[in-house]
Design a binder for this molecule. Sequence first.
Ligand code: PRE
Length: 120
Amino acid sequence: MSVRAVRGAVQVDVDEREEVLARTRDLVSEVISANELTLDDFISVIFTSTADLVSEFPAVAARELGMGDVPLMCARELEIEGSMPRVIRLMAHVETSRTRAQVKHVYLNGAQALRRDIAQ
Ligand SMILES: O=C(O)C(=O)C[C@]1(C(=O)O)C=C[C@@H](O)C=C1
């Protein structure tokens, strides 16, 4: 087993609590299934939200999925002119037998445009 970093991002349609939670759950769930992970494999997860998302912390959605004992952190993304609005990003460190090249990074709901080179 190795420690690997997994990236992901999702664009939220509207800044409403249930939308933020649902999109974040989708993102975390897809990271888990695409990389055949269990909750035990997670070492830590960092989320960022763009400054236009103020209705909920993405970490709440991760706890809803059972990550209550995983160290979580939320932070604000850099406000770069012209960057995509309403985006929640994730960086997870996980234990996995996958090589770095085998790790699948997950970009959902329009966020694929952020990293077409690695989005599945
Ligand atoms: O991967 C993303 O979510 C991006 O928006 C790309 C990118 C990058 O340039 O590597 C830019 C900003 C984020 O903080 C993370 C990564």
